[in-house]
Design a protein around this ligand. Structure first.
Ligand code: HEM
Length: 185
């Protein structure tokens, strides 16, 4: 496993992490400034649009280099299965965020609905949980133990995490969607 190829791709993995997660942190930082009304909606939308390219670049770089690393390693342990779930969750959430971004661009100077605000908050939480989860699992594999056969049933944890976010989104849509429909009546 400790071949030159492994280290070259581990380096690509880390550079991709810096590019992707760095852009996520900058976007969230601007989001925070926007919540505190220190930057305009227009600026926040433009900045997140630029960052989006870097986030996808980093994510694809991580997946590509990760696939080579896992092939070199030769096995996928239980905890890595949860890491892969986080990686997929980040990807799916990226598509959701893309839709949110389009809605924000269309909004212009109009007031933002509670439904859209709720979607932004949930998408940001999913993004943070996914990135920190994948980073933490990657880090302990590299620096503590390569083979971690915990938990016994990783699918259960994936179902709990995925189910909790789906339920949160559904509840939000029911509550805020109803408010939006009432306003239109
Ligand atoms: C959002 C995506 C990802 C993040 C944030 C991430 C993060 C990390 C981190 C922080 C490390 C430790 C690096 C070090 O300390 O030198 C690591 C190692 C690793 N990652 Fe990823 N990773 C991601 C995606 C992937 C994917 C998709 C795969 C496999 C298909 C993968 C496979 C690996 C492997 C095999 C290692 C080395 C583990 C070991 O030494 O036992 N990663 N990753």
């Amino acid at each position: 496993m400790d071949s030159l190829t492994f280290y070259i791709f581990l380096f690509i993995h880390l550079i991709s992490l810096i590019v992707g997660f760095g852009a996520v942190l900058i976007t969230d930082f601007f989001g925070l400034l926007w919540l505190r009304k220190q930057v305009s909606t227009k600026f926040m939308v433009e900045a997140s649009g630029w960052a989006k390219t870097l986030i996808w670049l980093g994510w694809f770089g991580l997946v590509f280099s990760g696939l080579v690393l896992i092939t070199q390693k030769g096995y996928v342990d239980n905890l890595t299965q949860i890491k892969l779930f986080f990686v997929a969750m980040i990807g799916a959430n990226g598509v959701f965020l893309h839709k949110i971004h389009i809605a924000l661009e269309r909004l212009g100077n109009a007031n933002m609905s509670s439904r859209l605000k709720f979607r932004i908050v949930v998408a940001s939480i999913i993004s943070q949980v996914g990135w920190w989860g994948a980073i933490f699992i990657g880090f302990i594999h590299r620096h503590w133990r390569h083979n971690i056969s915990w938990p016994d049933n990783p699918w259960l944890y994936m179902a709990i995490i995925g189910g909790a976010f789906m339920a949160l989104l559904l509840i939000g849509e029911l509550i805020f969607g109803k408010t939006a429909r009432k306003k239109n009546e």
